[in-house]
Design a binder for this molecule. Sequence first.
Ligand SMILES: Nc1nc2c(ncn2[C@@H]2O[C@H](COP(=O)(O)OP(=O)(O)OP(=O)(O)O)[C@@H](O)[C@H]2O)c(=O)[nH]1
Length: 367
Amino acid sequence: MFSIRHSPDYIRKFNSDYSVESRLASYAASVALILFTLWDASDLGWQSQELLLILLVRFVPMIPILILMQCWTRSNKHYRVDILVTLMGIALCVPIVFSYWIYHSVGQWLDFNALMLAITAVFFLPSIFYQQKLIIGLSALFVYLLYLVLVSASADVFIQAGLYLGLIITVGSLHSVSFDAHRKANYQKNLFLKDLAHTDQLTGAENRHKFEERFEQLMKSAREQDTGLGIAIVDIDFFKRFNDFYGHMKGDDCLIRVAKAFLRLREHELDRCVRFGGEEFILIKYGVSANQVQWWAQAIVEQVRRLNIDHQDSPIAQCVTASAGVVYWDGSIGLTRTQLMKTADDALYRAKNNGRDRAEVEETHKL
Ligand SMILES: Nc1nc2c(ncn2[C@@H]2O[C@H](COP(=O)(O)OP(=O)(O)OP(=O)(O)O)[C@@H](O)[C@H]2O)c(=O)[nH]1
């Protein structure tokens, strides 16, 4: 089984699944903080030292929370708004913390109910992993204990803060660990099912369904990146005779070995190897020039011959061979997907007629 711990796909999926909730939660938190601040300020007055303390408790834990929420959930569309909300959070926090250091001699206790509430809320955030939640919780605990040291709190207050916050962090972490594990398991299961639906079960190559789905996308990428594609339809020669001579099981083995050889030819992540049906494969080479396609076409046929699979009933060789019809395409060539496939198929037909065990390349720009 593959590891998803460092998989960027997993992080992307994780973020996209929860980005809406997260974004709304962070906007709501920012608005609530501002409203409460205005409310307190109108009650206590902007000069009040008590207000500064309240704001300190309210905003300091929000710095890492807002930053984490925005960094982990951003998408291009809302990117600017997210950055704005984060900067707003930081901009509010900095003067408040600064003011606290000026007035730090105030002799009042910070009520840490707000802090407990903030840490509890962090553990319910959907879009960040338990490691980040734990870091936020422990940072908030550290900041609060630092504050208690600054105001020379008694041992009782220390113990109480440590107990309550420690308990919230422990319970929250346990909940988040199991929540994350559950999501990872779901993600893996989905990935497995998706993989199953897109893979030919005999050979491990992509199946036709996936190819249909992806081909237009490949053409679009090639057009955008101003590069070319090599498209090959490959057919094993005299495979019916092979089956009749060696049996169906050996025939299956042969297909598996040929598919593996084709899979080894892939270099670019967008290169494809598709089992199109029976003993027919489609190979796609991404990011090539017309000249490179000529070379690639020969490599395909050579790859099959090099497997040296016995085929004593073949009229043309002692081993299994294949024929390929290959086309080169880039964005400047105005052919549709269907026309391309038809052209490759015609080239394959020519390869078969010209004696098999060869590749015929159709130069589409001359069509
Ligand atoms: N073992 C096995 N055989 C398969 C599979 N799928 C298709 N075939 C066989 O592949 C053979 C294809 O034969 P044809 O289409 O006549 O082509 P060919 O014998 O390769 O002849 P040419 O293509 O003209 O060189 C048929 O006998 C199918 O039964 C499979 O999954 N396993």
